[in-house]
Design a protein around this ligand. Structure first.
Ligand code: GMT
Length: 377
């Protein structure tokens, strides 16, 4: 198939999933065209059967808010015609599903059919999509998609609750992970020793937005550090990084917390971690938690959104009430006990491989594409 993929290309789970999907589809023989405003961050610069088409928004002075959605729709329309695409798959409803609908309507006037698949990732439904300014167009664009997928059952339920959406069928296709790339055994122990000086390494990776509650990460770590030596490694950058650094100083643990900034290739880092801290406010799935599990890293998380579909409480990690940093510290200490850690680490890697391996999940998308092309709803 010839597939167009649109996503947010910068740091973020939906862009990572869309890009890994495109890479996997190309490896399986499909031709993949990324249509977005920047080179997707997880996309290496050259891959067979993968092309990047940049969307240019221009800078006409009248446009205080340049209409990216329109420029995207026009680029989608052009690429479909020029490359003979069979289908467009857009990740994150706003504005991608709307632009895809516009492109589809433009193509229809030329007698060209274009199936559109929309994958819902999270705040496109739970926060942004429910903002009055976007609610009606989000619902409209979702309903106009030929097929809709969500990354968890929880997000599917939220979609139905938020939009009614009686006419739309939502298929749950979870996020996925390459068990080979995230195999802990591939990476050795040198980085773990370097980061932790022989002590356990607790890790958090995110874009440090408020929803990630990075101060809770530091507070949870401080509870652990009060009882045993350990290092916290914070990977990523974003609006709350300063607050997390300040929290570490206030709690007197700054010397044991390392802020590494943004690093795109997280597999070697996760292989150097003992526990992953994930106290988010809400999370439709939690791709980084899945990547941690695949790396044999038990996850200490808040019981929110779709995280319970990823982390098995008491087996591959622990799920605690949102904001209960004391309970998270206690769970982290329990999982650091060597026998418990070894069992949970093995269970985490095995479960990630069994339920979320790239090949199995990408095959589900292929089936869905074939159905969309055949006009099956
Ligand atoms: O919805 C968002 O906040 C953005 C999005 C992203 O681009 O990072 O994250 C969502 O999509 C990821 C990939 O499907 C999920 O793993 C994240 O859980 C989800 N984030 C939230 O629901 C907050």
């Amino acid at each position: 198939m010839k597939l167009g993929i649109t996503c947010y290309p910068t740091y973020g789970g939906s862009g990572a999933v869309a890009t890994e999907l495109g890479i996997a589809l190309a490896a399986r023989g499909h031709e993949v065209h990324f249509i977005t405003y920047e080179h997707p961050f997880r996309l290496p610069h050259f891959l067979p059967r993968v092309t990047f088409h940049e969307v240019n928004i221009g800078n006409y002075p009248l446009f205080e808010y340049p209409p990216y959605d329109l420029a995207l729709a026009v680029r989608m329309h052009d690429v479909v015609l020029k490359e003979g695409l069979d289908l467009l798959h857009v990740h994150y409803a706003i504005p991608h599903a709307t632009s895809a609908w516009i492109a589809k309507e433009m193509l229809a006037t030329q007698g060209r059919k274009l199936p559109v698949v929309t994958t819902l990732h999270g705040t496109d439904i739970t926060i942004v999509g429910q903002d009055h300014s976007y609610h009606a167009i989000t619902r409209f664009s979702i309903e106009r998609s030929d097929r809709i997928t969500s990354v968890s059952q929880w997000l599917k339920d939220e979609t139905v609750k938020a939009f009614g959406c009686e006419n739309c069928r939502v298929d749950v296709i979870p996020n996925f992970v390459d068990p080979v790339a995230f195999d802990r055994a591939r990476h050795g122990d040198a980085l773990r020793r370097e980061l932790g000086h022989g002590n356990p390494v607790l890790m958090h990776i995110s874009n440090f937005r408020p929803v990630k509650r990075v101060r809770d990460v530091v507070r949870t770590f401080a509870g652990v550090r009060a009882l045993r030596p350990a290092t916290l490694v914070m990977v990523g950058d974003g609006p709350d990084r300063g607050a997390a650094e300040e929290e570490a100083r206030t709690l007197g643990v700054a010397q044991d917390v390392r802020f590494l900034g943004r690093i795109d290739d997280v597999a070697p880092l996760l292989a150097a971690a003992d526990l992953y801290l994930f106290p988010s406010e809400t999370e439709s799935f939690g791709l980084s938690a899945l990547e941690a599990l695949a790396s044999g890293v038990p996850v200490i998380a808040s019981r929110v959104g779709g995280v319970a579909e990823v982390v098995q409480d008491g087996v591959t990690g622990a799920l605690l009430p949102l904001g209960d940093v004391q309970a998270m510290s206690a769970a982290a200490l329990a999982f650091l006990e060597p026998a418990r850690w070894a069992k949970a680490s093995a269970a985490a890697a095995a479960d990630a491989r069994a339920r979320f391996a790239t090949a199995d999940v990408v095959a589900q998308y292929e089936t869905l594409y074939a159905e969309a092309l055949a006009g099956v709803r």
